[in-house]
Ligand binder design. Structure first.
Ligand code: NAD
Length: 688
């Protein structure tokens, strides 16, 4: 039963029950309709209490229904009937009331909320607009400005804020009990929210919302359309505006942007421990060792301090210990300043991270994560020490970005203990976690990685062993294609601008300046002996490093950063590129933004297809997760392979074949692309 209803003397109870989050789908809508019919047939009722079973009131509409034609009964009609009921409905929310859940709440005559409840209209995050009245009821209830804040960027408000802005009438620990007893008369005669007067027009507030949404959800259409609809609340009668809202909702959900955002939404929800591992017990995560207290180790330690009881952070010597403590402290203070943790949480989290140079202090740990220098020798030394110091069953993980984890495992007596856990910087913020499965990695080691991801709220993606795993391997091709374009006729800023236009927050050169040019340089040097001598190699990036242009940290990289500001275009770079082209006897041409985008995206898609074909990634949607959550690929494009499927394998193959005339090694089409064309399948349909 999706909705149950009952009465106790003068109070009727309507309970929404659709685990896990009471998503409002057809069964709930049907159930609500039956509850309304039943209530209307009862006599002697004083109030109706509407609430959700389990953890939440209702987290939104059932998104699966967005892909099919609307199914009756429709939510707006149900909400009109709730509003028209003679007996007042009282919404009692706890957990979350989001999207369609908030719209249901708004149709109630009175609204009570438990503390800690999140109330919001996050539809734009899924590329749609509200479809059951939020754009009309919310501004009538809380005013234009507040409604714009909630609807245009999809950010929810807390119960306390909702009380302040009039969205809820009262906050009570037990919202359902309170809804049964509070004095209705206290609020005077109440009309339905839809009967409240239109909110006042406010041109400035609309303008502000438009520019804030354009910044926050760049290139997306749903936020601007949602703002159009909220603005209509100031002009049109409720019924007329509701029709416009519904039409817009039904139209926008069919669009490419909404489909891409739904795709990523479902991919994220599906990113969890695979079925074949599901029953494997993971190791306990109470005591964890991290080796290396630098950029990554300190941030990983901080992230895990939220879920573990003891963290031993191992450094090489006392100076290293001091630096590690400073690094951790910097992150704790920054989180405190941003209001992400309280003062007592800051103290508690700092206190459980113990930095030391002594491995014996970590004797009881069941998981160790190595984040020392990116060197095979260093990694091997660390794992030998860990093997000696830790219990035999402890899982050993490496955060290596590129190195072969099977080679690292070779030095262990029991190589099945080793797994790759590839965090992304900053490790306490970035959601992605590549779980790298070595040839001998045990199921327990993998399950422990998944368990850690779940507890940290990260998105786990399983990857096989190769240079750079999924994400960094694609990144290497992206950079290679960009460097070739630099040499052949562009400059960093034109190239960056083209990719920003595509939807990245920053282009590849500004991003390199941020992370430091020396990391990729060291990696290119490591790979030099293995490189195909016939493959084109562009020296410009190497020269940048040799000249000390390492990016932001040296104040100069592809751009200049005078006094820490910037990026500022540096004309010297153009001279440097021209000089290199002269030495390399390259006749430079011209590339416009569409051509830059086309080449960089084709290079990435081609590599990603190989990664999928080799089984390094399990599915196209795993690559989408990696590119969106770890590498800034625009979320509203659904990830690299979702985008590739929009282009179509045939069109991609044709373009690669054309480019192969220019450089057959660089543009050799992946065998998976050929396979997809021959078999007429999409990348998303490919299974190894
Ligand atoms: P870092 O240079 O900031 O920190 C490395 C730390 O390890 C230093 O504090 C160093 O003193 C310590 N260390 C070195 N040898 C050690 C040893 N034998 N025992 C104990 N501590 C030792 O480097 P980082 O950026 O934090 O990178 C660490 C690892 O994480 C590397 O393998 C890197 O490839 C990987 N990684 C880095 C990033 C990134 O963006 N920085 C992202 C993902 C993965």
């Amino acid at each position: 039963m999706a909705v149950t209803f009952s009465r106790d003397e003068q109070i009727a109870f309507v309970e929404i029950d659709n685990a896990p989050v009471n998503a409002i789908g057809v069964a709930i809508r049907q159930g609500l309709l039956e509850a309304i019919d039943w209530i209307e047939g009862q006599g002697g009722l004083e109030r109706v209490v509407l609430f959700g079973k389990g953890r939440v009131f209702a987290a939104g509409a059932d998104v699966k229904e967005f892909d099919v034609a609307p199914i009756e009964p429709h939510l707006p009609d149900i909400l009109s009937r709730i509003e028209a009921c003679e007996i007042p409905w009282i919404g009692a929310a706890h957990g979350v009331a989001l999207g369609a859940g908030l719209e249901l709440f708004l149709a109630c005559r009175y609204r009570i909320s438990a503390p800690g409840t999140q109330l919001g209209s996050p539809e734009v995050i899924l590329g749609v607009v509200p479809g059951a009245g939020a754009t009309q009821r919310l501004p009538r209830l809380v005013g234009l400005e507040q409604a714009l804040k909630m609807i245009s960027i999809g950010k929810p408000v807390s119960a306390r804020e909702a009380l302040e802005n009039g969205l809820v009438d009262e906050v009570a620990e037990d919202a359902v009990s309170h809804a049964q007893t509070f004095d209705l008369a206290k609020f005077g005669k109440r009309v339905a929210v839809s009967r409240l007067p239109n909110p006042e027009a406010n041109v400035e507030a609309i303008k502000f919302a438009r520019s804030a949404a354009a910044k926050r959800l760049k290139n997306q259409t749903a936020p601007q359309k949602a703002i159009d609809l909220v603005e209509l609340a100031t002009e049109l009668p409720f019924e007329e505006a509701m029709k416009r809202e519904r039409d817009c909702f039904l139209q926008i959900r069919e669009g490419a942007e909404a489909k891409a955002l739904r795709h990523i939404f479902f991919a994220e929800r599906g990113a969890r421990i695979p079925k074949w591992l599901g029953k494997t017990e993971s190791e306990q995560l109470a005591s964890v060792v991290i080796v290396g207290g630098g950029t990554m180790g300190a941030a990983i330690a901080y992230a895990i301090s939220a879920i573990a009881k003891k963290i031993t952070l191992i450094e090489t010597d006392e100076d290293g210990v001091l630096r590690a403590n400073e690094n951790v402290n910097r992150i704790v203070q920054a989180s405190l300043k941003r209001g992400l943790i309280s003062k007592s949480q800051a103290e508690q989290r700092s206190s459980i991270i113990q930095a030391t140079a002594d491995y014996s202090k970590a004797g009881d740990a069941n998981l160790a994560i190595e984040a020392a220098f990116e060197s095979m020798e260093v990694k091997k030394t660390v794992f030998l020490a860990l093997e000696k110091a830790l219990p035999k069953q402890a899982i050993l993980a490496t955060n290596t970005s590129y190195l072969d984890i099977d080679k690292i495992a070779e030095i262990l007596k029991n190589p099945s203990r080793l797994v790759g856990l590839h965090f992304f910087a900053p490790a306490h913020i970035m959601k992605l976690l590549e779980i790298v499965r070595g040839e001998k990695t045990s199921d327990v080691a993998l399950a422990t990685g998944y368990d850690l991801a779940r507890k940290l709220g990260k998105i786990p993606v399983l990857a096989g062993v190769c240079d750079g795993f999924i994400g960094n391997r694609i990144l290497a091709r992206y950079r290679e294609a960009a460097d070739i374009l630099l040499m052949d006729g562009t400059n960093p800023w034109e190239l960056d601008e083209a990719m920003v236009e595509f939807g990245y927050a920053m282009g590849p050169y500004e991003a390199q300046d941020l992370s430091g040019l020396d990391i990729a340089f060291a990696n290119r040097k490591r790979l030099a002996p293995m490189r195909d001598p016939n493959r084109r190699y562009i020296l410009i990036s190497d020269r940048m490093v040799e000249e000390g242009r390492l990016g932001r940290k040296t104040g100069v990289g592809w751009y200049r950063y005078p006094g820490g500001s910037g990026p500022v275009i540096d004309p010297l770079i153009e001279d440097l590129i021209r000089e290199e082209a002269y030495f390399a006897k390259v006749e430079r041409g011209e590339y416009d933004a569409p051509e830059i985008k086309r080449r960089l995206l084709l290079a990435m898609i081609n590599e990603a297809a190989e990664i999928l074909h080799e089984g390094i990634a399990q599915s196209a949607s795993d690559i989408d997760l990696v590119t969106v959550s770890g590498y800034g690929f625009p979320r509203w494009r659904g990830g690299l392979m979702h985008y590739a499927d929009q282009l179509g394998a045939s069109a991609i193959l044709k373009q690669l074949e054309e480019l192969s005339d220019e450089d057959p090694l660089m543009w050799k089409p992946s065998s998976l692309i050929i396979k997809c064309v021959n078999e007429g399948i999409r990348f998303s349909e490919y299974q190894k």
